[in-house]
Ligand binder design. Structure first.
Ligand code: NAD
Ligand code: FES
Length: 281
């Protein structure tokens, strides 16, 4: 059993939990994810690791209520437990294994959209701990939905916050901030890392392609086994079939077929769509 040591509501339908999982906390790296299960019959829910404390043996997860399972999960309190927390799964972010001197010479721009801020945080934190200062753009629909702002402020070199409705800081979408920084302010970036809703990653990639900035995205398609066996998390990258759970979750954003990924995500929302996908796997 994996005990919940902290359960906190961050915003409407968005929750944070610190979970006791010492083996995962010891081994995990930014970019990796876990699959949690509430009980024997519970759905397997993949969640990117938002933070970890190797000494306390905890991992932090952040999730949004998107259906019955996550709604039930939001009802868990401090002291409750998950029956299963499997991980760390997937591959760490590229910079973890790259030559640190090369990483230090790169100018990074991180783009965090909505709940996607949670997986961006450990990456920016890791880079700061290794002496790399990065620029971060955080976007949310409205001020009330902005999460982890204080945490991000402590690890980001420069933080640019934007809300779609202008209720806090700048008004507009993350892509408008990218354009402002690069085109108007003349900032130069070697790598962009964009994590958020699929539509945000798609439009961020269209813009960074135009601006000539290589871009990494983290995909979170529907997952079932998390081990490359079931095919549920299939995505097309550069015309090749990849499984986000074992080949990703991070990919070259300029090669991802976002339209297909979004279509599959929509289909998984209905029983009929799921049956259709199974037929074509
Ligand atoms: P959201 O809809 O509030 O969008 C966040 C920001 O993305 C917006 O504020 C905006 O700046 C930007 N954005 C949205 N549409 C855009 C467009 N067309 N062009 C340019 N920028 C755009 O985000 P949310 O409601 O928090 O998102 C939830 C979604 O994020 C879920 O579908 C969830 O699956 C996904 N998510 C993805 C990851 C991941 O690892 N990729 C992690 C957590 C959540
Ligand atoms: Fe089954 Fe990736 S979740 S192959």
């Amino acid at each position: 059993m994996y005990k919940i040591l902290k359960a906190e509501k961050l915003a409407d339908k968005i929750y944070l939990m610190d979970v006791e999982a010492s083996r995962i906390a010891k081994a995990c790296q930014p970019g990796e994810f876990v699959i949690v299960r509430m009980d024997e019959r519970g759905e397997r829910i993949p969640l990117t690791i938002c933070d970890y404390d190797r000494e306390k043996g905890t991992v932090t997860i952040v999730f949004q209520i998107v259906g019955a399972s996550t709604e039930r999960m939001a009802g868990l309190k401090t002291g409750d437990s998950f029956i299963d927390v499997v991980g760390p799964l997937g591959n760490p972010s590229e910079f973890v294994h790259d030559n640190l001197e090369e990483v230090k010479n790169r100018k990074y721009l991180f783009v965090a959209g909505g709940v996607g801020t949670a997986p961006v945080y450990p990456q920016v934190k890791w880079l700061k701990e290794h002496g790399v200062s990065v620029d971060v753009i955080m976007g949310s629909k409205t001020k009330d939905l902005l999460i982890l702002e204080d945490e991000m402020r402590t690890v980001a070199g420069n933080l640019y916050v934007t809300t779609d409705d202008g209720s806090y800081e700048r008004k507009g979408m993350v892509t408008e901030v990218i354009k402002d920084l690069v085109v108007n302010q003349g900032k130069k970036y070697d790598v962009c890392v964009a994590i958020g809703p699929m539509i945000m990653m798609k439009f961020t990639c269209l813009m960074t392609k135009e601006l000539g900035i290589p871009t990494i995205v983290s995909l979170n398609p529907v997952m079932v086994d998390g081990t490359g066996m079931c095919g549920a998390c299939r995505v097309s990258v550069g015309g090749e079939v990849k499984f986000a759970c074992v080949d990703g979750p991070e990919f070259d954003g300029h090669l991802v077929n976002f339209d297909e990924a979004m279509k599959r995500q929509q289909m998984y929302k209905t029983e009929e769509g799921r049956a259709l996908l199974r037929l074509h796997e």
